[in-house]
Design a protein around this ligand. Structure first.
Ligand SMILES: CC(C)(COP(=O)(O)OP(=O)(O)OC[C@H]1O[C@@H](n2cnc3c(N)ncnc32)[C@H](O)[C@@H]1OP(=O)(O)O)[C@@H](O)C(=O)NCCC(=O)NCCS
Length: 149
């Protein structure tokens, strides 16, 4: 089955909150997603398959840098390249607006997410000890610099 990537929309909020709560110990609420619609520097995409939203990736553009702050795909749809495609399209969107440097944090033990980010051109540049809660874990700080080839 194939999926499409599009910009986030008001009608996606409930579904995104569902995917979040099944995937994270401190999930974003419907309102956290709704607030994004009013933030002029937020860029959020969703992946949709046969009319059903199955994942999202997004960032806030701050000081010319893309701060990626949420990437998630519903469990039943994982390992089919959806997060990879979301990252590719997010970076394409950013580059079309002149954003060439991207950063994110990820749990050091989150091997599948790290794999997605490395394939998208990110490299680990540091560790933030004890950054995450529930459970406590270090964060790997990753960057994709504009000079990435
Ligand atoms: C991380 C996440 C977004 C990836 O979504 P996805 O659509 O499955 O990602 P993709 O299919 O594009 O790529 C997954 C990659 O991880 C690999 N992978 C899967 N499980 C793995 C594991 N245990 N160890 C190492 N790599 C693994 C897959 O093989 C694939 O790599 P490949 O393309 O080289 O084969 C998804 O697992 C998820 O939503 N997790 C919970 C939320 C989360 O942790 N988000 C990230 C927060 S920073």
């Amino acid at each position: 089955m194939s999926f499409l990537i599009r910009k986030i929309d008001e009608k996606d909020m409930k579904r995104l909150a569902e995917i979040e709560s099944a995937s994270f110990s401190t999930p974003w609420s419907e309102n956290s997603f709704r607030e994004l619609l009013d933030i002029p520097y937020a860029r959020y995409l969703v992946a949709e398959e046969e009319g059903l939203v199955v994942g999202t990736a997004g960032m806030r553009v701050i000081a010319g840098e893309g701060n990626i702050d949420n990437v998630v795909v519903e469990e039943a749809y994982r390992n089919r390249g959806i997060a990879g495609k979301l990252m590719e399209e997010l970076i394409k969107l950013g580059e079309s607006e002149g954003v060439y440097d991207y950063t994110l944090e990820v749990r050091v033990g989150n091997a599948s997410a790290i794999r997605v980010y490395e394939k998208a051109g990110f490299k680990g540049e540091g560790v933030r000890p004890g950054f995450y809660e529930k459970p406590t874990e270090d964060a790997l700080i990753m960057w994709r610099r504009g000079n990435y080839a």
